[in-house]
Design a protein around this ligand. Sequence first.
Ligand code: AR6
Length: 173
Amino acid sequence: MTIELTKGDITEMCVDVIVNAANSSLLGGGGVDGAIHRKGGKAILEECTAIRNRQGGCPTGEAVYTTAGNLPARYVIHTVGPVWNNGKSNEAALLASCYRNSLRIADSLGAKTVAFPNISTGIYGYPKQEAAQVAVQTVRDYQNTDTAVEKVFFVCLDEENYRIYDQLLNRTK
Ligand code: AR6
């Protein structure tokens, strides 16, 4: 499994799975969540609503999957990142769970290519450097498991995240 860095809009990624930084309600919101629902169309919200009716939303650190509707990807995995609370609310472990659980679901779907946004670093206020360290470490740990995923993309919309990931990925292997 290799790791790649990309700059841009995750809704345009032609991969098996894109991951959404959702909230527990699964009913959409702003940021990347808003973009995915807007461009993916109503099929995504319909499946999210069905999941919500079945299991009552998605807890922080966990993930669920739906169709990708009109997007080029095949599936959307919706994961709920932690809201930053000065590091006092187990945020790092919860953020790591988001990446790990999303990769496990991707594997169960037979996905070969998976694209992640920078979960929790927008509206949820997680410091970008710290979040990137958790994301990179968790994906690298997953490389050592028995996975059929071949490529993971970190998709950075903003320049600051792109630079942070570039440093982290190219400094240490
Ligand atoms: N493609 C890639 N990255 C994006 C895109 C995009 N189209 N749009 C934003 N980002 P955020 P969170 C980046 O706020 O912090 C929603 O309302 C953005 O620059 O989308 O986990 C949900 O419903 C940032 O680096 O997610 C929740 O309520 C990163 O995606 C809440 O926001 C995450 O920013 C989740 O907050």
